[in-house]
Design a protein around this ligand. Structure first.
Ligand code: UD1
Ligand code: UDP
Length: 345
């Protein structure tokens, strides 16, 4: 099989790592990087640390309004599909790069696979929700990470093209956990914070409320800052309390070192909610809803509004200790490639 894998943003490089390794055992893979993320620590560093071959093509689309960014990606990916004539176009998650990959393949009637299919927040004000729905309805094959995702796909009439495979990030985490060394923060008492959702960070007043809540919490917070968030903090001169330490985005290995010694994880990231669960860290998700409901049902994830006046007390009081079942599977990349070989041979 000749497979084009399309990636563009940090979480997609992380998902590509284990799958690319498995694909390349018996198949040809061409990696297209849309260039949606481009800073060294948001992109190249992940290819190095996850041992992913350099992209065959970088479309270097960069940042922009959604329509312009997605449109340029669509054109670039279309050209590459026409040039390479793949048997399959593969995409991950819910970014604009995912949307462009699924649309480009659908328009050219080239089979496409959407990985991490079936996630729903049922909140259409999230750009990701629109991307997911369109990706699932245009792709030919859907790999769902959880039973919950399978249920959503069934409700939308997509059961025929759905396969429950487990979550590829289970493999990414397994890979990185074998690489974590001693961390310079080991021995310190801290929690980790990440934030990048537009509805949390694009309004500086919300960020100020969050920082006020975290100041009240009093505990040391290490905050690797996403470039979107850094831009808002800096351009609005949002003052950061003394207990919150802003650091640059971390490599995958360093970041998992941070998680390993952290007391809690506070985040609005999708992937990190699962990683915190797997690592056994209480996760406070700064969102009104989550796609990863099973982590909440298991008692290890708590939803919290950044503007909640009781933010500090609620974070301090969240101390789960219940059992953690394996929710996301094991050797997922192998299962995915096995399914592909069976279906496409
Ligand atoms: C994107 C995805 C989001 C995903 C997130 C992962 C969409 C609509 N959003 O959000 O689903 O969860 O990636 O991190 O696809 N920037 C830099 N350097 C970079 C990349 C971005 O400075 O390498 C800055 C730019 O100012 C840019 C802003 O971050 O305008 C936002 O980047 P963009 O890729 O549009 O959206 P994200 O918020 O990163
Ligand atoms: N991550 C990382 N370094 C950081 C912050 C996050 O390696 O400084 C990893 C994290 O472990 C997770 C992924 O990046 O796997 C999450 O990416 P992001 O929050 O950008 O996107 P989302 O998961 O919300 O789509």
């Amino acid at each position: 099989m000749k497979i084009i894998s399309v990636v563009g943003a940090r979480p997609q490089f992380i998902k590509l790592g284990p799958l690319s390794r498995e694909i390349r055992k018996n198949h040809e893979e061409i990696i297209i990087h849309t260039g949606q993320h481009y800073d060294h620590e948001m992109s190249d560093l992940f290819f190095e640390q996850l041992e992913i071959p350099k992209p065959d093509v970088n479309l270097e689309i960069g940042s922009g309004y959604h329509g312009a960014q997605t449109g340029k990606m669509l054109e670039g990916i279309e050209n590459e599909i026409l040039k390479h004539k793949p048997d399959l176009v593969l995409s991950f998650g819910d970014t604009n790069s995912t949307l462009a990959a699924c649309l480009a393949a659908a328009k050219l009637e080239v089979p496409s696979l959407h990985i991490e299919a079936g996630l729903r927040s049922f909140n259409r004000s999230m750009p990701e929700e629109i991307n997911r729905v369109v990706a699932d309805h245009t792709a030919d094959l859907l790999f769902a990470p959880t039973e919950e995702a399978v249920k959503h796909l069934e409700c939308e009439g997509l059961a025929d093209k759905t396969v429950m495979t487990g979550d590829i990030m289970a493999d990414s985490v397994q890979f990185v956990q074998g690489l974590i060394g001693e961390n310079r923060y080991a021995g310190r008492k801290y929690s980790v914070l990440t934030m990048h959702r537009p509805y949390n960070v694009d309004d500086p007043e919300k960020l100020k409320k969050l920082f006020a809540g975290l100041e009240k919490l009093g505990q040391a917070i290490l905050f690797p800052v996403h470039p979107r968030t850094r831009k808002i903090v800096e351009s609005n001169q949002v003052s950061v309390p003394g207990n919150v330490e802003l650091i640059k985005p971390q490599g995958y290995i360093e970041f998992h070192g941070l998680i390993k010694y952290a007391e809690k994880v506070i985040t609005d990231s999708g992937g990190l909610q699962k990683e915190a669960y797997i690592a056994g860290k209480p996760c406070i998700t700064l969102r009104p809803e989550t796609e990863w409901v099973e982590t909440v049902e298991a008692g290890w994830n708590m939803l919290l509004d950044v503007e909640d006046p009781g933010l500090a007390e609620k974070i301090a009081g969240f101390n789960p200790s219940g059992k953690r079942l394996n929710l996301y599977g094991k050797d997922v990349a192998k299962r995915m490639v096995d399914v592909l070989e069976e279906m496409l041979s």
